[in-house]
Design a binder for this molecule. Sequence first.
Ligand SMILES: Nc1ncnc2c1ncn2[C@@H]1O[C@H](COP(=O)(O)OP(=O)(O)OP(=O)(O)O)[C@@H](O)[C@H]1O
Ligand SMILES: [Mg+2]
Length: 503
Amino acid sequence: MNEEKKLLYMKHIRKAFPGVLVLDDVDFSVGYGEVHGLMGENGAGKSTLIKILTGIYPSDEGTIEVDGKEVQIQNKYDAASCGISVIYQELSLIPTLTVIENIFLGQELTKGKVFLDRKAMRKRAQELVEKCHFDIDLDAAVENLSVAKQQIVEILKSLLFDAKIIIMDEPTASLNIQESESLFEIIRRLKAQGTSIIYISHRLEEIWNLADRLTVLRDGKVRGVLSKEEIEPAKVVHMMIGKDLQEEDSVVHDPIAGGSVLKIENLSTPELLDKITFEARGGQILGIGGLVGSGRTETLECIYGLRRYTEGKITIDGETVADKAGRVRKQGIGLVPEDRRVQGLVQGLSVADNIALTNYDVMFRTSYITPRKIVETADKCIRQLRIKTPDGMTKCMNLSGGNQQKVVLAKWLERDLKVLLVDEPTVGIDVGSKAEIYGILRSIADQGKVVIVVSSDVEELLKISDRILILVNGKVYDDIPNRGLTADDLLLAASGMSKKEEV
Ligand SMILES: Nc1ncnc2c1ncn2[C@@H]1O[C@H](COP(=O)(O)OP(=O)(O)OP(=O)(O)O)[C@@H](O)[C@H]1O
Ligand SMILES: [Mg+2]
């Protein structure tokens, strides 16, 4: 075959961690000005391949060529000098610094040798923000930003440095539709300027729209490299999971009477929420949609006792819900938070310990804590959610992103909850596991429990919710049974401009 020369070649890459062969003789190449998609199940080895390319891990075997020259990439400086820039799946910002400080961290502009040129930095940052149509306050502390905004900071940071290859590991995982669209626009612009992009995503439609070629990994091996014309959903899914995806029948049920009832009345906070009122019934999955900043996460945080509210009442089966998370949990309410890395897991602890941590009270009725029970419980969760890990004793920080998300969910499956609140349940989760998680949420509801799911993924809301509540600017805008609803209906409602208003 007469193949044109590519910008990047990774050849025969092999990488093993104790107990797992993560990459097995992987060949990967990226052309000049090409958007190259990289897909694979959770734990397939995508992030690891990128970490080898950027000098985070050494490979056990294999070579890397950039622009026709073999290179040694042993750290991020080597990567930078090869023109490789990366936005990691787990954001790596400093929470207490401002946006602008984070963007320039390690690449500060200076006057002379020692003085920071703040004016020049601000000017450059503003240009970038304008060029990309991002809505972000350069002086805000990163810790006060939503995950979506933090993602934007990460993108700005990498755009600043004029890279030949920009790697994006699930960049749209926490962006809303407009933000994603503007990112795609940036990607197209970068491509037109000759920059190459490696784009990792679990969302096939993004890959389909953006990628010139796609490499699919499964269990550490390359299962195929497809050109744009060859990218077909069924084929890609088959390559990824090694079989056809069993399409679940629509799991949406009619509301079942009975079960617990969670009532929210006139919930208001000084910042945002304005007399939020709704009821969630056991046996139902209540979806909450709306734009980022519409008050979805805040509502869940108020229910779970993480956020103070100035007015309003929350009751479960007629009993007032406490205002402290520890007590709320005892009342049978659980929360799977939006930001798993900070709120969901203790990274340095094992999978088993993380699961046990929230569950000591239910796992051990007596005062004896047996390691065996902890391990057995973890094994059960690992099987149930197909968590990819050598065993329960592996630290969470060594799990792939999607598998960490599964551990956060697993923590709550052990408890006999009345109410499960889940914020963005499938961010970073591969297609096969998504279907399984939907099945698990449904089975929890089927036990008469209340399940509330906040999601920015409109298709997801439509697939799993019995009823959908739409929040706009901290108010309940609509509360609709999920019958015959379309993505367009939801998007219109979330923007606060549904047909109802026109009348
Ligand atoms: N430092 C490490 N120590 C031990 N095992 C690791 C380490 N880093 C990754 N692994 C293992 O390597 C495998 C591949 O992980 P990787 O993060 O590359 O997956 P991924 O394809 O990016 O998945 P996801 O879609 O969930 O992000 C996983 O099974 C993970 O547990
Ligand atoms: Mg990953």
